[in-house]
Design a protein around this ligand. Structure first.
Ligand SMILES: [Zn+2]
Ligand SMILES: [Zn+2]
Length: 200
């Protein structure tokens, strides 16, 4: 799978960066060793003098629809549907196996997602400090708003001023596609400080 990168430049100097700094696997490690996905966005770090990934620290709302826009089923609804399907099909050899396998996989995914979202929202609630830069772990950061971009459109301003030269930080679709294969995960403690990098 390949994805088009967004190029980030300055209207006044030769500064250049890419949104690919935000790609890959980032996790928080909880006190019991559980890893949960770290929600993040693009930002400017004054210490790194660069575009970096920064913590979001916004609670994850309950999802009303799935990725295809269909109403999302709760764990309870999926369990009920799975049980009903099993009961209905138990005497019919070989029939409905695919449906049971799909429902089982949907249920496992939803249970995992709900648990991770709960753990993440608890972490956000318990956090004492503001978001950190995910490169240097310091807090001298500013979120970047990337405007809606289309291919072959001239660069648009992010509204952020490049602290080093006073130019506008701009964004555009680069036209480059980068293949996405991430075999490493960057791991942070619950306060957003970098701990280590592991192989997935
Ligand atoms: Zn500049
Ligand atoms: Zn930094």
């Amino acid at each position: 799978m390949s994805v088009a990168t967004t190029q980030i430049t300055c209207s006044n100097c030769s500064f250049s960066a890419s949104d690919s700094v935000n790609w890959g696997h980032f996790s928080y490690e909880l006190d019991d060793g559980t890893l949960i996905p770290l929600q993040r966005s693009l930002g400017w770090c004054n210490h790194c003098s660069d575009v970096v990934a920064i913590e979001s620290l916004s609670p994850i709302p309950m999802q009303q629809t799935d990725i295809l826009g269909r109403p999302r089923k709760s764990v309870f609804e999926l369990k009920l549907e799975l049980q009903t399907t099993k009961n209905r099909l138990r005497n019919i050899f070989g029939f409905g196996k695919d449906r049971i396998a799909r429902l089982t996989s949907d249920l496992e995914f939803t249970v995992k997602e709900e648990r991770e979202n709960d753990l993440y929202n608890n972490l956000v609630e318990s956090r004492a400090g503001s978001p950190r830069c995910l490169r240097c772990s310091l807090r001298d950061i500013h979120p970047l708003k990337i405007p809606d971009l289309t291919e072959r459109h001239p660069p648009l301003s992010t509204g952020f001023i490049h602290p080093e030269c006073g130019g506008q930080i701009m964004a555009c679709k680069s036209g480059f596609r980068v293949s996405m294969r991430f075999d490493r995960v960057r791991i942070y403690d619950c306060e957003g400080c970098f701990l280590r990098e592991d192989i997935t």
